[in-house]
Write a new protein. Structure first.
Length: 426
């Protein structure tokens, strides 16, 4: 395939079929390529064409169920959308270990979102701050007039905070409008309110407003969960010791803390994706929170109790919703929420925090014992066998031999298959 010109005028105006045809001319799609793009799964063309721009098809990922979770004395089957082997199994295993001591105990999560309003060119900072505080009641009233249904349901704007920033372009006032968004993720709600009140705030402060946008660092929406993991089920004192050493490593070193937190987000993002929530918002908020004290740090912490069991805790901002956006439009998101059997965004965040803690413990346990690769490769070996063209009925046999030989490679899988077909002894 030679190069092509990506400057295409009016691509967005075309139907999905016409977009595919145009791409096919540019890229020389074969019959299988076209069939893949035509397979929209559970979507209709009308549905999928309204989600994003320039749609040509549907991209699907596996959805699995993490078992064994008990959070605040309620059992959950947790849907997870992820492509990485061993993650779902690891979470299920850690949750099973936590059950011996009552499972996970998560705290209530407030549904408060922040919208930032950036005020520049303020001549008298102190006077502007004073006037904003004096007019707080009328500002909040004006914001709430934009969403009477939210107010009726018990939510709405209830306060704001004023921050003063020194920037290379001068002093700025940043107003944090605080809104109880109830069961929504809340970005659209707070953005609309902020845009509504901005002209009024300009008038009061005498400044010029540019940005009026939600903050994904949801520090008023912190999810906390805690669990005790039985030392014997984890693998004994040495494994617990290894987990504690791994935690201290992450606490002292941002390079390790980054991978430590990636393991946590394996679980949280898989659930976020499954329920149709914004994975990018959750991911950025979590990592920003991890660095809020000036050094990037773990989102979990660990200690041992008087019996030598591992006690784990997690603290992470989680702006998750169960109404609005993709959570209602996407058919699988609606189904996953049904599987979860949750009643509120608060409950979803409590479950997500527990899942993140379980995922972290599972990863640290693997690192502290057999190493992360062994468990990961046991599952990955099946994929390698499939890639090598192993017939379905022989996949488990070939995969087991790959693990036994510690050579998880396509060429070795082909060699094993050849020997099986030639009736050679393995």
């Amino acid at each position: 395939m030679s190069g092509y010109n990506s400057e295409i005028s009016g691509f967005y105006k075309l139907s999905i079929k016409k977009r595919r045809e145009l791409l096919s001319e540019l890229i020389n799609f074969n019959e299988n390529d076209i069939k893949l793009l035509e397979n929209l799964g559970y979507f209709t063309e009308t549905q999928i064409d309204t989600f994003i721009e320039n749609v040509i098809g549907s991209y699907q990922l596996p959805i699995g169920i993490a078992c064994n979770f008990k959070v605040n004395n309620k059992d959950y089957l947790i849907p997870m959308v992820i492509e990485e082997p061993s993650v779902v199994a690891a979470a299920s295993n850690a949750a099973k270990i936590a059950r011996k001591h009552g499972g996970f105990h998560s705290e209530n999560v407030k549904s408060v979102m922040i919208s930032q309003i950036q005020i520049t060119n303020v001549k008298d900072i102190e006077s502007a701050k004073r006037k904003l505080e004096e007019n707080k009641e009328s500002i909040l009233k004006y914001a709430n007039e934009k969403d009477p249904l939210l107010i009726k349901l018990g939510g709405g704007a209830f306060d704001f905070e004023i921050r003063e920033l020194t920037t290379r372009r001068g002093e700025m006032l940043i107003v944090h409008l605080l809104v109880d968004v109830l069961d929504a993720m809340g970005a659209n709600v707070v953005n609309t309110m902020a845009e509504t009140i901005s002209p009024y705030i300009e008038e009061i402060s005498g400044g010029k407003i540019y940005l009026r946008i939600v903050s994904n660092l949801a520090t008023h929406r912190i999810a906390k969960s805690k669990a005790t993991f039985d030392k014997d089920l984890l693998g004994g004192d040495e494994v617990v010791e290894g987990i504690l050493n791994a935690y201290e490593f992450a606490l002292a070193d941002p390079y390790r803390a980054t991978t430590h937190n990636k393991g946590i987000m394996n679980g949280i993002i898989a659930l976020t994706m499954a329920t149709g929530n914004d994975t990018r918002a959750i991911e950025s908020g979590a990592h920003a929170y991890a660095a809020l004290n000036g050094q990037y740090s773990p989102l979990t912490k660990f200690q041992i109790d008087s019996n030598g069991n591992l006690v784990g805790e997690i603290e992470v901002p989680l702006a998750l919703g169960i109404i609005g956006g993709m959570t209602k439009i996407h058919p699988m998101a609606r189904l996953t929420l049904k599987i979860l059997n949750i009643k509120s965004a608060n409950e979803l965040s409590q479950v997500a925090a527990a899942l993140g803690l379980a995922q972290n413990v599972a990863a640290l346990r693997a690192l502290a014992s057999e190493g992360i690769q062994e468990g990961h490769m046991v599952l990955h070996s099946r994929n390698i066998a499939k890639l090598a063209g192993v017939p379905e009925k022989l996949i488990e046999k070939v995969a087991s031999k790959l693990v036994e030989d510690k050579k998880i490679r396509v060429d070795h899988a082909k060699e094993i298959l050849k020997r099986i077909l030639n009736n050679e002894n393995l």
